[in-house]
Ligand binder design. Structure first.
Ligand code: ADP
Ligand code: MG
Length: 264
């Protein structure tokens, strides 16, 4: 496509994340097949679908853990598919992990200081003299996730919901523009789930982040997502705002079963 044609087709504002025709097979299994969607700044997009639908594979194609067979991933209009995970992180893609990846023997504050040191290119081996560095920045990040009061506690002592909030602070240390959260509320109680996603929404709005998340709890999805993309067997079978997706008969048949959308 020529330069002129491609720019004339652009929307008034290029999406933060553009996923275009993404495909990836493992042997004979087409895990992700021609998947396209956009995430805009300030928006939370939920990728949902049954087990094996291709959600985690999509995430890993976006964060660089996997390379696509076909298709493109663009951040602010710049191609990043095929780059190494660390380079994609440098382009502003942060992530939280399904199994939290904090250092449990260290304090809450130290975990965030370490993340800041890593982001600012400091070496692991210099960690000791860095103990006092990035302290103010770490405390500022911790107040954004309402964890400043627990800054000096070892992470091993924290409740699960609090660990997830520290993980958010660790992800924010990399100044992400896009946050990828694969099943962020797995293992959490109902109120904890909604508290974490309300916090995520607040951060999304305040910082004009884009958030892409997968989630099994449909109450969380329908309460907190701005847009939903439904995958089944690697293909997009529905997309739209929560009320549109809930009304799709295809989604009802393939995935939602008896679930009924409740008003926010
Ligand atoms: P979801 O996260 O929606 O549960 P996945 O993306 O993990 O789905 O998996 C999609 C499909 O790809 C499944 O059939 C799964 O078995 C297969 N798959 C995922 N990762 C691998 C892999 N590394 N090697 C082989 N098959 C894989
Ligand atoms: Mg998965």
């Amino acid at each position: 496509m020529s330069q002129a044609t491609s720019s004339s087709l652009q929307h008034h504002q290029t999406a933060l994340l553009q996923v275009q025709g993404l495909s990836r097979a493992f042997g004979g299994v087409q895990a992700v097949s021609n998947v396209s969607f956009d995430v805009h700044a300030g928006q939370m997009l939920a990728l949902i679908g049954p087990n094996g639908a291709g959600k985690s594979t999509c995430f890993n194609l976006i964060n660089g853990q996997l390379k696509p067979d076909h298709g493109r991933v663009l951040l602010h209009g710049r191609r990043v598919d095929g780059l190494a995970p660390r380079r994609i992180w440098r382009h502003g893609v942060g992530r939280t992990f399904q199994i939290p990846a904090l250092f449990l023997s260290m304090t809450v504050c130290e975990n965030v200081q370490l993340a800041l040191a890593s982001w600012h290119g400091r070496n692991w081996r210099l960690w000791r003299p860095l103990r006092s560095q990035f302290k103010e920045e770490a405390l500022a990040l911790l107040s954004r996730v309402d964890m400043a009061a627990q800054a000096n506690r070892p992470c091993a002592e924290l409740a699960y919901g609090d660990i997830k909030r520290v993980e958010l602070a660790v992800a924010l240390a990399g100044e992400p523009r896009l946050l990828l959260m694969d099943e962020p509320t797995a293992g959490m109680a109902r109120e904890e789930r909604h508290a974490l996603m309300s916090l995520t929404r607040k951060l999304t709005r305040e910082n004009q982040l884009g958030v892409l998340f997968t989630e099994h709890s449909l109450d969380v999805v329908f309460a907190h997502a701005d847009q939903i993309v439904v995958l089944a067997s690697g293909e997009v079978i529905a997309r739209g705002q929560p009320h549109e997706v809930a009304a799709s008969t295809e989604v009802q048949r393939v995935y939602l079963g008896g679930f009924r959308l409740e008003p926010r």
